[in-house]
Design a protein around this ligand. Structure first.
Ligand code: FES
Length: 353
């Protein structure tokens, strides 16, 4: 669906059917729906930017304002877009753009420091300074903001980052909006002041330390008619919110974005021979090939872990691949795979790693 498009009853019925299917097979269906309905749109390309500003937004969350070193305009973006950020260590991470799309001179991204994560957020928090340069790719948009009569947003924690420019766009368009924003405490929930500035909608802030763990049957007590629904946050919250939204309005047009990999579905154990490394790893049924490879090659490249950025692409020397990504063309699938999501079709694989 694109901006300006108003789905008719048949399409809405189809969306409803897809959402009902998603309720039954939430994890697998999210991946399939996203892969078909929301192809990743590339709107920019690799470039170097300089960090103009670093701002503490909340406990453990900073925003980086990025600009071109010569002050030239940056590629345009739309709400829901993200940047690939290449860190000095070689890590690649993705962050939602959350500034003002009308400001063509600056991008803003926000990062929560996750000490027990893969190291990317810690590197950005602890080592990057104003004036440092970063290589970025994009913007790309896999979570597009559609034209609708009204909007209902559910955000959990740092999941507010792609939602923030959507709220701004809804408010600017004069369409009614409602945002349910969940988090552990107000101190760790970024952009509360910024959100409070937007008129024409309803902001519901529910920190756990004031209200207790969220009961979504009461927190999400209604979905506005004809609303486009956007949900972003940790997987358990997202799945519960999606179920609740679909209970209240099976016809709602539901859009989701997750910040962590999908669990493996229908996984079968297999082995991967790493040709260049000279090692063989066992991929357990419930883990990704990437996770198994990381045991042998801790620094192996990855980013999204959801099969849409291409960072983990590797050449397949031997074996039949069960491709589960949303990116590779058929020609690429003939000799390559994305190890974060794709698996073996049965036998063992040999990869050029
Ligand atoms: S890490 Fe992004 S496609 Fe695998």
């Amino acid at each position: 669906m694109t901006a300006g498009y108003r789905p008719g009853p048949a399409v809405r019925l189809l969306v409803s059917a897809m959402d009902a299917y998603k309720l039954v097979f939430v994890e697998a269906a999210v991946a399939r729906i996203l892969s078909r309905a929301h192809p990743v749109r590339r709107e920019g390309y690799d470039r170097t930017v300089v960090i103009e500003r670093i701002l503490a937004e909340a406990d453990g969350v900073v925003s980086l304002t990025l600009r071109d070193p010569r002050g030239t305009p940056l590629p345009a973006w739309t709400p829901g877009a993200h940047l690939d950020v290449f860190l000095p260590s070689g890590r690649q991470r993705q962050y939602s753009l959350n500034g003002d799309p009308a400001d063509r001179l600056r991008y803003r991204i926000s990062i929560r420091r996750i000490a027990e994560g893969g190291g990317g957020s810690v590197e950005l928090h602890d080592t990057m300074r104003v004036g440092d340069r970063l290589r970025i790719r994009g913007p790309r948009n896999a979570f597009p903001f559609i034209a609708a009569q009204s909007y209902f947003f559910v955000a959990g924690g740092i999941g507010i980052t792609p939602i923030l420019p959507m709220v701004a766009a809804a408010a600017r368009s004069g369409k009614p909006w409602r945002l349910v924003y969940l988090g552990r405490s107000r101190a760790c929930m970024p952009f509360l002041d910024e959100l409070a500035r937007w008129r024409g909608g309803e902001l519901v802030v529910r920190p756990d330390d004031e209200f207790g763990p969220p009961d979504l049957t009461t927190v999400i007590d209604r979905v506005p008619a004809d609303a486009a629904v956007y949900v972003c946050g940790p997987p358990p919250l997202m799945d519960s919110a999606c179920r609740r939204v679909s209970e209240l309005d099976p016809m709602s047009a539901l859009h989701t974005e997750r910040f962590s990999p999908l669990p493996v579905r229908d996984g079968v154990e297999f082995r991967i021979a790493l040709r260049r490394t000279g090692r063989t790893v066992r991929v357990h049924a419930e883990e990704s090939a990437l996770t198994a490879i990381q045991r042998a090659i801790p620094g192996v490249a990855y980013s999204c872990r959801q099969g849409f950025c291409g960072t983990c692409k590797v050449r397949v020397v031997d074996g039949e691949v069960d491709h589960r990504d949303r990116l590779l063309a058929d020609a690429e699938r003939a000799d390559s795979m994305l190890t974060c999501v794709s698996r073996s079709h049965g036998g063992d694989l040999t990869l050029d790693l």
